[in-house]
Design a protein around this ligand. Structure first.
Ligand code: SDX
Length: 414
């Protein structure tokens, strides 16, 4: 099965290269001098917020690269721990570096009791991302060195957060159902431990590998909203806990990471494959956004969806309900891409991710926290890179209101 998954990913990579467009995209490398010329649209479209060597997204060609390595190679051959190392430290680790890093992550998985106490106070009806946000914020209150914003100190916090996110997510997942949170299992690697902390069972090899691949795919993605949020907060020399707390808050939104959960609700709402066309016609007529489609940067097929789509297809084979949802999803992809071809709208990372998570045993409400477990590596890697040559973020807004209005006394305001 491992070989089949590897082949499936490499095939997706070959397909991506074969279908890639030659349309050029302005390429800014790490050596570019500011200011550079760029046209900025609403939502800061086109704005350049920094130079970086962490990762690269080429939206016209559908490329995703972490520190020079393409996502298909990383998904086929790497692990989440190795990928997080690459993002944080800039290059593939040697065996001893990786062993040491994995050991460090394992040793830092434990979450302080007061954080667990706070999580117990939160209503099970609260969205899991809101609970996770509060937990990260609370972690910062317990660290006496939280205000040390040197790159060295913040790197330690970054590693600690990467290690602790599965423990926090597992606790949130279990407390929702009145189940006791579990202790991290030192026998298990990152992805397997995450699944164990949620479900209470050590996963089989297939589930572990698939979740690991999903974590690799979500780890970093350019100047997306939650990464930018994290960097903006960190640029005021606040502290890494606060910055990541803000990142979690930003990722929650349905236009961003929260879309993976909404996709599942949409697929359930559609109900049967034969309902897809009518459902989409109504969505289109009412200008309802179809979750899991479209992207600010990709005007080609998202390479992560190229991997997650076939993976979802493989996994749902033994899950009749998810197999039906997968049929609905593939029909929806055909209909949406056909209808919106001119706008270059394709499935994004969130479209098939939920089906993959469902097939490994993760409930829909917990899907965005899984994204966060992965993305914390990208958030912190980019915030740390920027911190090395920090300048506070401070864009401007174009004021379109009146000026020099008379201050009218209360009695004459009607
Ligand atoms: C993520 O930035 C990142 O890198 C994010 C991410 C990451 O790894 O961090 O890749 C993860 O957030 C993926 C995106 C998840 N969100 C969704 O799936 C929600 C549905 N998609 C969208 O609402 C939308 O496509 C966005 C938010 C992803 C992008 O928004 P933009 O760039 O502001 O685009 P837009 O809303 O201005 O749309 C442009 C046009 C519009 O048509 P016109 O008004 O020009 O005629 O495309 C249409 C939109 O109506 N459109 C869609 C659509 N997405 C765009 N129409 C229907 N359904 C959609 N999903």
């Amino acid at each position: 099965m491992r070989k089949r998954i590897e082949e499936l990913i490499l095939e997706a990579g070959r397909k991506a290269r074969a279908e890639t467009s030659d349309e050029p995209e302005p390429q800014y490398t790490g050596d570019v001098e500011f200011p550079i010329e760029c046209k900025v649209g609403r939502g800061l479209e086109g704005a350049v917020a920094s130079t970086t060597k962490v990762g690269y997204v080429n939206g016209a060609r559908g490329w995703l690269v972490y520190r020079g390595h393409n996502i298909f190679d990383l998904a086929a051959y790497s692990t989440y721990e190795e990928t997080a190392y690459v993002l944080l430290f800039g290059a593939l680790p040697t065996k001893s570096q990786l062993d040491e890093f994995k050991q460090e992550l394992k040793s830092k998985r434990g979450v302080p009791a007061p954080v667990m106490e706070v999580l117990r106070q939160i209503s099970p009806k609260t969205h899991p991302m809101s609970a996770l946000r509060t937990a990260v914020s609370m972690l910062g209150n317990l660290d006496p060195n939280a205000d040390d914003t040197s790159v060295e100190a913040e790197t330690k916090v970054a590693i600690q957060l990467i290690a602790m996110f599965p423990t926090l997510t597992g606790a949130v997942a279990r407390l929702r159902w009145n189940k006791e949170p579990l202790q991290p299992n030192p026998e298990l690697d990152h992805a397997a431990n995450l699944l164990y902390l949620i479900t209470g069972d050590a996963p089989d090899e297939l589930k572990e590998r698939v979740l690991d691949i999903a974590l690799i795919l979500h780890a970093d993605h350019g100047m997306n909203a939650s990464t930018f949020t994290t960097m903006v907060v960190n640029s005021s020399l606040s502290d890494m806990y606060g910055s990541v707390t803000a990142g979690v808050a930003s990722l929650k939104g349905p236009l961003h990471g929260g879309a993976n959960e909404r996709v599942l609700y949409d697929l359930e709402e559609i109900g049967e494959p034969e309902n897809v066309d009518a459902w989409f016609a109504k969505a289109d007529a009412t200008k309802r956004k179809v979750m899991g489609f479209g992207h600010r940067v990709y005007k080609a097929y998202d390479p992560r969806a190229r991997i997650l789509g076939p993976l979802a297809g493989l996994l749902v084979e033994h899950h009749p309900h998810e197999a039906k949802l997968y049929k609905i999803a593939t029909r929806l992809e055909t209909v949406v891409c056909g209808k919106m071809a001119e706008k270059k709208i394709f499935p994004n990372v969130d479209f098939y991710a939920g089906l993959v998570y469902r097939a490994v045993g993760i409930e829909t409400a917990m899907m965005t926290p899984i994204f966060a477990v992965s993305r914390v590596a990208g958030w912190t890697a980019r915030a740390l890179e920027y911190l090395g040559d920090n300048r506070i973020y401070r864009p401007r807004a174009i004021y379109t209101g009146p000026i020099h209005l008379d201050y009218r006394p209360m009695g004459s305001r009607g």
